[in-house]
Design a protein around this ligand. Structure first.
Ligand SMILES: [Zn+2]
Length: 181
């Protein structure tokens, strides 16, 4: 069953995109344990990343599907409409460019930025099949390879690994038999 919840876009904006003012909600649907929000960029015009010229000429649109943090025990996905603008500068090497969503995600990512810390911690603690299982139980929905790659970008990686090393070292030292005098 698909339930369409378009009652109050402002409510969903404040609930889902608190602090992320670059996108707005178009529609919300819920089906089979997953809430999906259709969203688009708010900006009327966007600056070219190469020359800085502002453009409002839309070349085309595409859609990205971003996995996000679970919402009230439901899987949560953002179906984001991304516009590609035309750069009007004759001197610019770039002809078209996609609008950025720097607060929400990074280019080509399949996850929102705010989901990253959870994936990094699961990957750092378990990775592999156990991490995949836990991520599924928590509604994070990340695959094994994603979890294996995440810890390398995790800022707390070194402190956690050092803590694990210190813990195992102290245990092995404690377990070592005391030499007879
Ligand atoms: Zn340009």
């Amino acid at each position: 069953m698909v339930l369409v919840m378009q009652a109050d876009a402002l409510f969903w904006d404040s609930l889902v995109f608190e602090g992320i003012d670059e996108v707005e909600v178009e529609a919300v649907t819920a089906a089979f344990g997953t809430v999906e929000v259709a969203a688009k960029g708010r900006a009327v015009a966007v600056a070219c990343p190469d020359c800085g010229l502002i453009s409002d000429r839309v070349h085309d649109r595409c859609q990205r599907r971003l996995k996000d943090l679970p919402l009230a025990d439901q899987g949560f996905v953002i179906r984001l409409t991304v516009r590609r603008f035309i750069c009007g500068s004759a001197d610019c090497p770039r002809r078209t460019f996609a609008e950025p969503f720097s607060r929400l995600t990074v280019p080509h990512a399949r996850f929102t930025t705010r989901l990253n810390p959870a994936l990094e911690r699961v990957g750092l603690a378990l990775a592999g099949r156990a991490g995949t299982w836990l991520a599924a139980q928590l509604g994070l929905g990340a695959g094994r390879m994603t979890l294996l790659r995440r810890p390398w970008h995790c800022p707390i990686r070194d402190s956690v690994l050092h803590g694990c090393w210190a813990w195992t070292t102290s245990r092995s030292v404690a377990a070592r038999p005391t030499p007879r005098s």
